[in-house]
Design a binder for this molecule. Structure first.
Ligand SMILES: [Zn+2]
Length: 373
């Protein structure tokens, strides 16, 4: 089947792209046959008028918590007890079934927002893989999914007992990896340090929680079974421990030393930059973010660390991918574009952040009024 897209603005995804107008995109079957100036397109086929909409390559969101909606807390609302919430959500068959349907809906939203591939990094039980398989089987609309399913943390660690199981020893970590492997994931996720959401002290968002021996055991087991290991890391010490013990992708990141840059290269590791989740903590007033007091300073530490990490990696030829940590407060399944736009922080600094703040607050307001689209 042949058809043509006209009157769109093309973003071709190349590094120095300029928005391109006045071109026709000719499609044959499932492939783009050619992109030519309107005047040169003379084929007789079905024409779709894009009415100045944008047309761009499918986006890839590398850091998603698929089962979570990203709804920000209301004023005065305490952070939920995630362990309890997980028990409620996973405890009954009916609730699990409802959650599965909701998660399929979130996957659909990712697709409708222009994201054609997602990578999940910490979910509830095996939901992510089940949604992946439902999409593959054509039962629901959604992006391609690389699923981590549940992650591995340690007692008292990041999201322990909710979207990550607790490993108390290296042996237990290996056992957890094997159990997760049985749920047919595509990668294994580790929670090595704390995060902004669970830090109670100012200046301590990325405190090391997982002992190096546990990181090593989990990575070895994951590699043996053919999986890459992704790790939540939000401090320099965490980055070092992760890279020294076999982690393949540093999720979030922190300020790097020369030694860490060397480790990145030696291991062939990559950085997954996530500005979106830290930004509301770092730049919103507390009464807007409704976060815990320590979260504002910690959010800033983490955001600056992530940006510094991405910059250092780019300068040193280390691959940098983007994810928006969908599911964190204010990070919704339809706003991955914001993370791409987040590149603006590199050049525009604080002023840009304030711009973002206004936009996100507008979105959050709509969200609370349940106006989603
Ligand atoms: Zn995350």
């Amino acid at each position: 089947m042949k058809y043509a897209l006209k009157n769109g603005i093309i973003l071709d995804g190349t590094e120095h792209m300029e928005p391109l107008a006045g071109y026709t995109v000719a499609i044959e079957g499932k492939r783009i046959r050619e992109i030519v100036p309107d005047s040169q397109f003379t084929d007789r086929c079905r024409v779709i008028d894009l009415q100045r909409s944008y047309i761009l390559p499918g986006l890839i969101n590398l850091h998603v918590h698929l089962a979570s909606d990203g709804k920000p807390p209301r004023a005065g609302q305490k952070p939920p007890n995630y362990k309890k919430l997980f028990q409620t959500l996973s405890g009954s068959r009916i609730v699990r079934a409802v959650l599965f349907r909701m998660t399929m809906g979130y996957a659909r939203t990712e697709l409708m927002s222009g994201v054609t591939t997602i990578r999940t990094v910490g979910g509830i039980l095996d939901l992510d893989a089940r949604v992946r398989d439902a999409v593959k089987a054509g039962k629901t609309a959604g992006p391609r999914i690389l699923a981590a399913n549940t992650g591995i943390s340690v007692p008292g660690g990041h999201f322990a007992g909710s979207i990550a199981t607790e490993a108390e020893s290296p042996e237990m970590a290996r056992e957890h990896v094997r159990k997760i492997a049985a749920t047919k994931p595509d990668l294994i996720k580790l929670m090595i340090t704390g995060g902004v959401m669970d830090a109670s002290e100012e200046g301590e968002p990325g405190v090391l929680r997982m002992a190096p021996e546990i990181v090593k055991a989990a990575c070895e087991e994951a590699h043996q079974l053919g999986f890459k290991a992704a790790a939540h890391v939000e401090s320099p010490e965490g980055v070092r421990v992760a890279l020294e013990n076999g982690v393949d992708t540093i999720e979030h990141g922190a300020v790097l030393t020369e030694e860490m840059i060397r480790l990145f290269k030696e291991r062939g590791a990559a950085h997954i930059c996530t500005i979106s989740p830290a930004l509301p903590y770092a730049v919103f007033d507390l009464k807007e973010s409704n976060a815990q007091p320590a979260a504002k300073k910690n959010g800033k530490v983490v955001m600056d660390g992530i940006i510094a990490c991405a910059k250092a990696c780019r300068e040193n030829g280390i691959p940098v991918g983007l994810g928006n940590d969908t599911g964190c407060p204010f990070v919704l399944h339809y706003n991955f574009w914001r993370e791409l736009h987040g590149g603006g922080i590199f050049s525009f600094g604080a002023e840009y952040c304030m711009d973002q703040r206004r936009e996100i607050m507008g979105l959050a307001e709509g969200f609370q009024r349940r106006i989603y689209y």
